[in-house]
Write a protein that binds this ligand. Structure first.
Ligand code: NAI
Length: 708
């Protein structure tokens, strides 16, 4: 009989090990069981690697008929390297760690009997590299089982043979696609790509893996299923073409700001041209350099902050109340996205809009978002149907008495929002939390006339909701700590990363963003061209320039947020916007704004340039520096005045919500790394353009925001 993962007897003396060797049973199949004892996840650290090496040696000595490599965590194979090991490592240490893991996996690959990886959940990064060092991979078909080499997202690259074994297994084009995009594949897609050999029902995983271990003969990977893939992998001219194309695509996408994918590409190319040994050398050397580089450290630190935030966000708050039923008021652009995210997170959603037509439109958006996600493989069709089935709606508040949390996403008008709160309070239970998705209005103002103002918080989503990972939870002074905790827990249930900020106009994110956009307007006032501003920012690593962003959001909406924030800061608001709106330039979706949008694409609007007296000018780094530092300076002010709880939340909010260039690590990490030059530049800018640009006090002080 084949025991399921959880019931394999592990000798008591081995109980504290991360990896255990289980000698062959009656079938002749031995097992290597990975189960980090001190952690919910199997993350690879030094001990796990040491134990794995010992288990492989024991397997070699036991000469079984076959070997299954498996995890004893219920729904997880191996999640990758422990980031704590990478962050702060010197170049030499990181390179050494890579060589050590390469060596251990070489031993696994060299075992003289058949080896099978039983992938029961995420096999990511080093986890997939372990599986790639086996002869066969069997994967459970469950929603959370995924394979991927996602290291480049951390500014790193696969460093345990992944850049060598994956192309040899599935061919160069598919391997590059996986490694360079850091994409994760579901079981079905992994099977189609050839990463795994078979997918099975989770309950049958160990049986299937054991069968393969018993029966299969050892075989060599072929470099892809189709002849064209094998040619692109093994024939030098075809390979050179694929590599050249990948390199030019990468250079265009990363603008040269993210070295990791390029280094991974080089290691892949070296390995195929000069052999596995040379490829592994290149892999370890490049990994060492990346891990010790500023970009690598910044991106790894961000990933760690994100991981830790699930717990850290709840620190100092009350106890979350359970949320199973969510109400959404206003099923427009944002409301529909919120309802869909909540239903995807397993909540039942009751929605309300003004009339049946608005409700129908919202529900149809929710269906579209869900079927699109299913097409992309985010979940399967049955799950998509369940998600759609969890949402219902109507033009009244019927059904809202059962809700545990209600999020309003009606028009950005204080009076409308207050009215909605009053209506809700007539039907909700007293312990139901009310959250506003306002982008700038102080929550305290919305809650002013409420019967139970303590239950009102802000849950500020970012658009488009299904893509943006951040949720800014706004905590008004009067809010009950349990209410804030409930909003944070709900954010996590929706799959978002929450940050908790104090109430005030624009909170954290809208405040820093509006301040930066205000500076872009000031530049227009100085005669700097529209495209010069936007292009300088995208070249610096922002996803879109500030003026294009204003066009996307709409000039009226952006102007309203800008006004709310600048009024609170005691500076004059953006008069440029009022002027443009007055002339009928309202943004991308309303006939154009700073740019004209038509079939030919997007180009600067000459009428706007004329109105503002700006001329096209050179794209210079000065522009990007001035705007980025305006952002950094305001973020630091937010930490000083208590709007932010921590520098870490400031970095997360900026990168995950506003597109602050991730390679810089966020405004606070960037400030730590460049404090002196930032202060000097801000002082120069203040002298030239006004005191608003003077460096914040804590930038002048020499105390870093982060220890590491
Ligand atoms: P929208 O205009 O697409 O949707 C608003 C919806 O609310 C409409 O469907 C409207 O019929 C409905 N509505 C208005 N008054 C109502 C009432 N009294 N009862 C029930 N439904 C009512 O607007 P959008 O863009 O979804 O914005 C909604 C809120 O989200 C605003 O507060 C906005 O500031 C905020 N927000 C918007 C972001 C964006 O990028 N659009 C980003 C973050 C927040």
């Amino acid at each position: 009989m084949i025991a399921p993962a959880e019931h394999i007897a592990v000798p008591p003396s081995e109980a504290r090990r991360s990896v255990t060797f289980v000698p062959p049973d009656g079938s002749g199949v031995a097992r290597i069981v990975i189960d980090r004892p001190d952690d919910r996840v199997n993350a690879i650290d030094a001990r796990l690697l040491e134990n794995l090496a010992a288990a492989i040696a024991a397997a070699r000595a036991a000469t079984p008929r076959g070997l299954v490599v498996m995890s004893a965590k219920p729904t997880q194979f191996v999640a990758g390297a422990d980031l704590g090991m990478v962050l702060g490592a010197s170049q030499a240490d990181a390179e050494r760690a890579s060589r050590e893991m390469q060596r251990v996996l070489d031993e696994l690959a060299a075992l003289p009997f058949n080896t099978v990886a039983a992938i029961n959940g995420p096999a990511i990064g080093g986890g997939l590299e372990i599986a790639l060092a086996c002869d066969v991979r069997i994967m459970a078909e469950t929603p959370n089982a995924r394979v991927g080499l996602t290291e480049v997202r951390l500014g790193l690259m696969p460093a345990a043979g992944g850049t060598q074994r994956l192309p040899r297994l599935i061919g160069l084009p598919a391997a590059l696609e996986m490694i360079l995009s850091a994409r994760q594949l579901s079981a079905r897609r992994a099977l189609r790509a050839g990463v795994v050999d078979e997918i099975v029902h989770p309950a049958g995983l160990i049986r299937a893996a054991t069968d393969h271990a018993m029966r299969d003969r050892k075989r060599k990977p072929r470099g892809g299923k189709r002849a064209a893939e094998r040619a692109a992998t093994w024939l030098a001219p075809a390979r050179a073409l694929v590599i050249r194309q990948a390199r030019s695509r990468l250079l265009a996408e990363t603008k040269g700001l993210y070295p990791a994918p390029l280094r991974a590409l080089e290691a892949v190319a070296t390995g195929l041209a000069k052999g596995m040994r040379a490829g592994l050398e290149a892999e370890a050397a490049a990994f060492g350099e990346l891990a010790a580089s500023e970009t690598g450290r910044n991106l790894t630190a961000l990933a760690m902050l994100t991981l830790r935030q699930r717990k850290a966000a709840l620190a100092g708050l009350g106890s979350p109340r359970p949320v199973a039923n969510l109400g959404v008021v206003g099923l427009g652009f944002m409301g529909a996205g919120i309802a869909q995210a909540a239903a995807s997170g397993g909540l039942r959603v009751r929605a309300r809009d003004r009339d049946a037509a608005a409700v129908a439109k919202g529900l149809s958006t929710i269906r579209e978002l869900t079927t699109d996600a299913a097409k992309k493989g985010v979940f399967d069709r049955r799950e998509a149907a369940r998600i759609i089935g969890r949402v219902s709606g109507g033009p009244s508040l019927a059904g809202f008495a059962h809700t545990d949390l209600v999020i309003e996403a009606v028009f950005e008008e204080l009076e409308t929002k207050r009215r909605v709160v009053a209506e809700l309070e007539r039907v909700l239970r007293d312990d139901t939390v009310i959250a506003s998705n306002t982008s700038a209005l102080p929550i305290g103002d919305i809650a002013r006339d409420a019967r139970v103002p303590e239950r009102i918080v802000g849950m500020h989503f970012f658009s488009p909701v299904h893509k943006m990972p951040l949720l800014e939870i706004v905590r008004p002074a009067r809010a009950d700590p349990d209410v804030v905790a409930t909003a944070v827990a709900a954010a996590i249930a929706l799959g978002k990363t929450p940050i908790v900020v104090a109430d005030g106009p624009g909170f954290y994110t809208t405040r820093v963003l509006s301040t930066m956009i205000g500076e872009a307007f000031a530049m227009l006032g100085e005669g700097i061209g529209i495209e010069a501003i936007d292009r300088a920012m995208t070249a610096f690593g922002w996803p879109v320039g500030p003026l294009q962003l204003v066009d996307e959001v709409g000039l009226e909406v952006a102007g309203h947020a800008g006004e709310t924030v600048s009024r609170a800061r005691g500076i004059s608001g953006p008069t440029i916007v009022a002027q443009l709106v007055g002339e009928g330039f309202k943004g991308k979706h309303k006939g154009g704004g700073f740019y004209i949008y038509d079939r030919r694409g997007r180009r600067p609007n000459p009428r706007v340039a004329e109105l503002l007296h700006v001329a096209p000018g050179p794209v210079t780094e000065d522009i990007a520096e001035r705007l980025t530092l305006t952002f950094v300076n305001e973020a630091v002010c937010c930490l000083e005045d208590g709007t932010l709880r921590s520098a870490g939340e400031g970095d997360l909010g900026a990168v995950l919500g506003l597109g602050f260039p991730p390679y810089l690590g966020g405004p606070f990490r960037y400030a730590d790394a460049n404090r002196q030059s930032i202060v000097a530049l801000l002082e120069r800018l203040a002298a030239a353009h006004g005191e608003r640009l003077g460096p914040a006090e804590s930038l002048r002080s020499r105390r870093p925001f982060f220890e590491l």
